[in-house]
Design a protein around this ligand. Structure first.
Ligand code: ATP
Ligand code: MG
Length: 350
């Protein structure tokens, strides 16, 4: 048993080493172009990356089932990026194996009139995941210090009272966002913040592809070209946001996004790592509940028609009887199988 636990720790550590280069150290000053390479791939080959992603997807599915069963923690995934960095594809691939009942995805666009009638965090608070859920924000409250900063007319439309519009609005927003996220983590909601870091040249190539392929035309808009023209302003806004809002309780991860397959592996790795830290468990059954199960089982077995087995289910995986699962201390055994499978193979940088 102790050996298995040690192995779990070893695997978690390996995953930690893999994601360490993406992590924005709380308190550090980020300059994106200097500190993070959009083409970094940690020495992983594409073929290995595809296998790692499959492994990550399987782990996510298992951990998500445990997260939902335990119903104590929720996970909020915040996905930020410039256009064509691959937000949609990352969500589609990374979440491809999880039970849709346990996941919600919300895309945040230009705020509606109703949304603008409230404080700026209001619409994001409406969309938070419940306990047991993984919620994904495709764009997020960070737009309030990114697009709103690059295009100050957005701030004017928010009709803030003079006092809220004086001094350094952005510094105040960083603090408010940090405090909001601190409150959420203190109350059981872990926040996974991913910035998909695309290079200017790769964005150009992806835009051209969207224009050249008729099936992809719908993905391209004039706005994309207008925003691209503000590339440098966005790099500054992102660098500052990453510097001021990477906290101990909700650190940022800058995921290299010039290779789509690597971005997906990186995003999956950070999310799996967070779930491993939470380490959600299937609830155990009390002595009294187990007794009730035993009685229900006896009653059901007694209802078998003539010639039918009392319990046709007996030899399947779920067929272990209440008695078999009972341990001397009256507790249910841990789901060692699930736990072990959930941490068998983790991405390593090697
Ligand atoms: P796609 O990949 O489909 O282009 P998208 O997330 O870029 O996805 P769009 O409908 O193209 O979706 O763009 C949404 C726009 O809404 C973005 O330009 C974004 O900056 C803008 N937006 C999001 N939040 C805010 C906000 N709070 N204030 C102003 N604009 C915002
Ligand atoms: Mg867009």
């Amino acid at each position: 048993m102790a050996g298995a636990a040690n192995l779990d720790v070893t695997r978690r550590k390996r995953l930690e080493r893999f994601i360490a280069p993406f992590r924005v150290k709380p308190g550090s000053k980020v300059v994106l172009s200097r500190d993070f390479d959009p083409a970094f791939k940690a020495g992983v080959k594409k073929k290995e990356g595809v296998a790692l992603l499959a492994e990550g997807v399987r782990l996510l599915s298992e951990y998500q089932a445990r997260l939902a069963a335990q119903d104590t923690w929720g996970v909020l995934v915040v996905l930020q990026a410039l256009d064509a960095a691959g937000k949609d594809g990352t969500i589609r691939h990374v979440m491809s194996g999880v039970n849709p009942q346990g996941v919600s995805v919300h895309s945040f666009k230009v705020p509606s009139a109703e949304e603008r009638d409230h404080d700026y965090l209001w619409r994001y608070a409406q969309r938070l995941p419940a306990r047991g859920e993984i919620g994904i924000f495709n764009r997020s409250h960070y737009e309030e210090v990114l697009v709103v900063r690059v295009h100050p007319e957005n701030l004017e439309r928010q009709r803030l009272p003079p006092a809220a519009n004086q001094g350094d609005v952005w510094k105040r927003r960083y603090r408010e966002i940090n405090e909001w996220e601190h409150y959420l983590t203190d109350n059981g909601f872990r926040i996974v913040k991913l910035f998909l870091n695309l290079s200017r040249e790769e964005q150009r190539a992806r835009f051209l592809r969207r224009i050249d392929l008729p099936d992809h035309n719908w993905k391209f808009s004039d706005a994309d070209i207008r925003e691209r023209a503000r590339w440098d302003d966005y790099q500054v806004a992102f660098s500052q946001a990453l510097s001021h809002t990477s906290t101990k309780w909700a650190p940022w991860y800058v995921i290299p996004a010039d290779r789509k397959w690597f971005a997906r592996v990186g995003a999956a790795a950070v999310l799996v790592h967070t779930l491993m830290q939470i380490d959600p468990r299937f609830p155990t059954v009390t002595r009294r509940q187990r007794q009730a199960l035993r009685e229900a089982k006896q009653a059901l077995e007694a209802q078998a028609p003539d010639g039918a087995p009392a319990n046709g289910h007996k030899h399947s995986r779920h067929g272990a009887s209440a008695d078999e699962e009972q341990r001397s201390d009256g507790s249910a055994p841990p789901r060692a199988g699930a736990k072990r499978r959930a941490s068998e193979e983790l991405p390593s940088a090697s």
